[in-house]
Design a protein around this ligand. Sequence first.
Ligand SMILES: NC(=O)c1ccc[n+]([C@@H]2O[C@H](COP(=O)([O-])OP(=O)(O)OC[C@H]3O[C@@H](n4cnc5c(N)ncnc54)[C@H](O)[C@@H]3O)[C@@H](O)[C@H]2O)c1
Ligand SMILES: *[C@@H]1O[C@H](CO)[C@@H](O)[C@H](O)[C@H]1NC(C)=O
Length: 440
Amino acid sequence: MSQLKQMSHNDNSAPSTPGKFKIEKSPYFNRTRWHSSLAKLTLWSFAFLAVILIFFLRSPSSSASLPTDPSRRSLRTYNWGGSAWEKRVRSSARVRSRNGMTVLVTGAAGFVGTHVASALKRRGDGVLGLDSFNDYYDPSLKRARQALLERTGVYIVEGDINDEALLRKLFEVVPFTHVMHLAAQAGVRYAMENPGSYVHSNIAGFVNLLEVCKSLNPQPAIVWASSSSVYGLNTKVPFSERDRTDQPASLYAATKKAGEEIAHTYNHIYGLSLTGLRFFTVYGPWGRPDMAYFFFTKDILKGKPIPVFEAANHGTVARDFTYIDDIVRGCLGALDTAEKSTGSGGKKKGPAQLRVFNLGNTSPVPVSELVSILERLLKVKAKRNIMRLPRNGDVQFTHANISYAQRELGYKPTTDLQTGLKKFVRWYLNYYSGGKKAVE
Ligand SMILES: NC(=O)c1ccc[n+]([C@@H]2O[C@H](COP(=O)([O-])OP(=O)(O)OC[C@H]3O[C@@H](n4cnc5c(N)ncnc54)[C@H](O)[C@@H]3O)[C@@H](O)[C@H]2O)c1
Ligand SMILES: *[C@@H]1O[C@H](CO)[C@@H](O)[C@H](O)[C@H]1NC(C)=O
């Protein structure tokens, strides 16, 4: 059992609709102190419940059609605002190094977001997180990452990137110089179950964020996560930034591709500085439970068979696995080289920077080799269930050409799969089973 899992969190779960109900400003709460009389206490409790009830009945977001969509449902249960909250936000975003930046990291309770936010904080930048803590995968892992960030001084505001009032408030409290936008609906196969969540976070949410950013004065520079999946069914390797990206193999890929086009538009019309990063299969400690390296580890330890895909004619399925620390260096390189946005208050003043980079490892590894490495590290033989690669989103292989990122960002991955998986497995065993099995 990890220490982190036992730590308590101060989630404030009072029901509210963002931006409309702020406890500290409400006349019902400020004026009175608690009275010792039981009758008065009861009376006030009823008044409190009545106010909340009336509030909910009047709230537009509690209309009957919404609760079926989990991503929308989450929009109305956050609680933010008030002077104590603003103080926390400001303190998290305080810059501690000379020439440091102030960065809003969306998706900060996510795998990549946690690592990027903590790296920025460690070098003295001001960092504030934003995350909806949705339950696409086990939210307790997101809470544990939150606890980790809390200890480095990063506060994660709980909210949705679709919440315009919240975003405006955050920029009012802290004039962020940069946005590191990592919040998204990730995963390829989940789109068949919940297509709306991809549109909600990757398209509507991204547009909402850009709308707020374009109207600011000054506008922040934005670095955001696209994906290697935009290369879709391409067969020419390695994948280079100039290659075609018009044949996505999944709705996830299509929403990331749409994001790249939307970025072009906001750069062109409003002068926003925008850098898209096409990540190639990122893995490492605190990773995502929906990814193969993660659930293979889990299932191998449980003695459960794992699906190992192969293409037609026993063709190899391979991925350009990229270790999280390398990705973090790429993200920081992109932030450090991002030029200022040129517009202000919704008006473009001149051309602004628009970039897209591959962030990969440049050495694809067959999935069967991934399994063999895991077997060695776990000292358990895997039950391989060889299956044909289904045509529901996954592509046969990915391979990044990173020479552009190398030249512009100084990006140079240094961790091979064997080394990176060893670190992942060490973390995994420690987090889930208290390190009972040793890895050497
Ligand atoms: N991990 C990879 O291999 C990989 C590869 C390519 C691209 N990416 C992209 O990198 C980014 C980070 O990925 P990750 O692996 O850390 O995923 P993740 O799911 O661990 O992190 C994303 C975080 O965003 C949050 N989020 C989702 N929708 C939100 C919304 N509407 N409002 C606020 N928060 C929201 C989630 O709660 C989650 O914590 C994503 O944009 C993803 O698409 C990741
Ligand atoms: C890699 O990309 C660069 C552009 O950044 C290009 O000049 C080069 O030809 C590409 N290399 C390969 C092997 O495709």
